[in-house]
Design a protein around this ligand. Structure first.
Ligand SMILES: Nc1ncnc2c1ncn2[C@@H]1O[C@H](COP(=O)(O)OP(=O)(O)OP(=O)(O)O)[C@@H](O)[C@H]1O
Ligand SMILES: [Mg+2]
Length: 276
């Protein structure tokens, strides 16, 4: 396993911004208990673009929800800047896959202002300045007074990203934000996100099940096994971008991750077949 993997709580040179330690997450329904992730460990450092990659149902969204403070671990812990996550907070802003995450009765600018005003993190004047600044960064300033239903899917996602970033969170949590976009818009959004990162060096925890997207966007990739999600590997992807995606190194890494995910899926099928 490559990458920084020190044990939970180990003293390191740079303290992690996010420390996910031995985290088991479950859903308790009336009928059953569903274990979504099992003893997952990873650390995210400032300015990481950290990717959670794994097959459908392996617990990526659940992990993100837990970091967001919407779900508590049944064992292990999650810390942000050394403090245990107990509830949602303005230091962790979420961007989802769905285009309907904006409030439909508010304009674009009002949507971006809303969390800044309700959290009292910024004064109204500062909040407006920040809202316009980040709207400009996602190239939508001229749509400031439009309502969400008049925007395309890609534009709505840009507004959601601007809303998240305008809050100045410690970490931006993104759950497959580009998955529902067409290929060209997705490519453009990936490029824009990387340009924004070049400018602002924010920290992002990004969920995807696209190997290619993970390698292009990520500085580090956590590969998770199928349900319940366990850490399969942590991989360095600092050296890759859109520009070198036809290089041998990129293709080799893509294949390596593919084999990792596929081998895991194949062994799962075997286990299930033997169990029958
Ligand atoms: N609200 C819920 N109640 C019960 N079980 C749930 C709930 N949400 C998710 N699960 C289960 O937890 C497991 C992990 O789900 P999760 O949504 O985190 O997966 P995922 O990796 O994000 O998948 P996908 O790539 O399809 O989005 C799955 O088995 C799922 O059925
Ligand atoms: Mg999901």
């Amino acid at each position: 396993m490559d990458g920084a993997q020190g044990k939970c709580g180990e003293v390191e040179d740079i303290p992690p911004l996010l420390n996910v330690c031995g985290t088991t997450l479950q859903y308790k329904t009336k009928k059953q208990i569903v274990t979504a992730t099992y003893q997952v460990d990873f650390k995210v450092f400032p300015a990481d673009r950290f990717i959670l990659l794994g097959p459908s149902g392996c617990g990526k969204s659940t992990l993100l929800k837990a970091v967001g403070g919407f779900l508590s671990p049944v064992s292990g812990r999650i810390e942000v800047n050394g403090a245990v996550v107990e509830r949602p907070g303005p230091d962790r802003m979420m961007v989802f896959q769905e285009f309907d995450q904006l409030l439909p009765w508010k304009t674009v600018i009002e949507n971006i202002l809303f969390p800044m005003i309700t959290s009292h993190k910024y004064s109204p004047v500062e909040a407006l300045e920040r809202a316009e600044l980040f709207l400009n960064k996602v190239n939508l300033l001229k749509f400031r007074d439009a309502y969400p239903h008049t925007l395309s899917g890609g534009m709505k996602q840009r507004v959601a990203i601007a809303r998240g970033m305008a809050m100045g969170p410690a970490i931006l949590l993104m759950d497959e934000p580009f998955a529902a976009l067409d290929a060209l818009t997705r490519l453009k959004m990936q490029q824009e996100l990387l340009q924004l990162w070049d400018e602002l060096h924010f920290t992002v925890l990004f969920v995807t099940h696209s190997i290619q997207e993970a390698i292009i966007l990520g500085t580090r990739i956590l590969v998770l096994s199928p349900h319940p999600g366990q850490v399969r590997a942590e991989i360095n992807a600092h050296d890759f971008s859109h520009e070198n995606q036809t290089s041998d190194g990129f293709k080799e890494l893509q294949q390596r991750i593919h084999d990792m995910l596929f081998a895991e899926e194949a062994s799962q099928v075997e286990v299930e077949a033997n169990g029958k």
